[in-house]
Design a protein around this ligand. Structure first.
Ligand SMILES: [Zn+2]
Length: 91
């Protein structure tokens, strides 16, 4: 992929997808990268939607944080790249 940077979005671009899955506001959630330990709001991480499914990468070290694949009637979510996810509780 030579033009990957052209296709790079941020986490806000998939706010709708995340809203389908998680009931809490995910774009404001703070993720800790499992690769370098950087803490970034999900809304600010790098997002690639041209991969099979959606791939979120750490903006500091490009480590894969999360992958989401939506298939027929279900989602597959790989969270193995996130060390911790801190979410603000709802009202
Ligand atoms: Zn990182």
């Amino acid at each position: 992929m030579q033009r990957t940077s052209d296709l790079k979005l941020d986490g806000n671009a998939i706010g709708g997808l995340l809203g389908e899955i998680f009931s809490l506001e995910m774009t404001a959630a703070e993720s800790t990268c499992g690769g370098c330990g950087a803490i970034n709001a999900i809304g600010r991480v790098d997002v690639y939607t041209n991969a099979p499914g959606v791939v979120m990468r750490c903006p500091s070290c490009t480590h894969v944080l999360m992958r989401i694949v939506r298939g027929k009637g279900r989602y597959w979510i790989d969270l193995s790249g996130i060390r911790t996810l801190e979410l603000k509780a709802g009202p």
